[in-house]
Design a protein around this ligand. Sequence first.
Ligand SMILES: NC(=O)c1ccc[n+]([C@@H]2O[C@H](COP(=O)([O-])OP(=O)(O)OC[C@H]3O[C@@H](n4cnc5c(N)ncnc54)[C@H](OP(=O)(O)O)[C@@H]3O)[C@@H](O)[C@H]2O)c1
Length: 222
Amino acid sequence: MNYFILTGASRGIGESICKKLLLKDHHLICVSRERNDSLISLANSKLDYIQYDLNNVYGIEELMEEIFEKVDSSVVESLTLINNAGLVFSQKIEETEPDSIIKIMNVNLLSPMILTSSFIKKAEQYDVEKRILNVSSGSSFNLAPGGSCYSTSKAGLETFTKSIGIETGNVKIMAIRPGMVDTDMHSDTVNRKNIKSADYAAKRILTFLFERFEHGKVVRAW
Ligand SMILES: NC(=O)c1ccc[n+]([C@@H]2O[C@H](COP(=O)([O-])OP(=O)(O)OC[C@H]3O[C@@H](n4cnc5c(N)ncnc54)[C@H](OP(=O)(O)O)[C@@H]3O)[C@@H](O)[C@H]2O)c1
């Protein structure tokens, strides 16, 4: 059995990734605040849904305990963590409440860091293929007024990915930057010329995960 832990499965890119991962020898463990009932009803393979707010970074080790209770050691063939959950806002920094700054860093950066740490720790006991894929953004380097918090969180996620890449050998890690994707994150985007569907983004992301994994690297999805 191939186990996939995926954050942000309730909608958007994460939901599309999950739909494509619903295969016989896959077991999905999905995490987000809202439960995705349509995904659960679609699941012809094993799928567990854990409702969790990743702003609560202090509970993540316990969350990983709960996740690994679902891993059957007699059948596990691979373990994959996909850090996809994220949020965005555009606001000048002096107009941004401290709580919003803390929340975006918690969800976009600190939670993937702590999930990675506890994933590596818990996965150590299994002599199987282990991968971590972090969903970043071109905003990590493509800066815009109002985007300082989002860009900083994604630049941090990319540096973290590259750092872990040189720190660990038996857990493979990479980050991927989708281009502009038609999800709630871009619901108010006016220029939709280059926007791709969540389904397309999921397909590209999974191509990198299964066929073009580049350990320690940050890549563009297209
Ligand atoms: N859309 C784009 O153009 C684009 C471009 C580049 C990168 N990305 C990245 O792609 C990833 C997915 O984005 P998307 O476009 O699919 O966005 P989306 O449709 O807004 O979905 C975001 C997902 O993240 C989850 N999430 C947000 N806050 C959370 C929290 N506090 N705790 C747990 N889960 C939380 C949401 O679930 P709940 O609300 O149910 O918790 C939802 O499932 C993000 O990391 C984003 O930065 C997107």
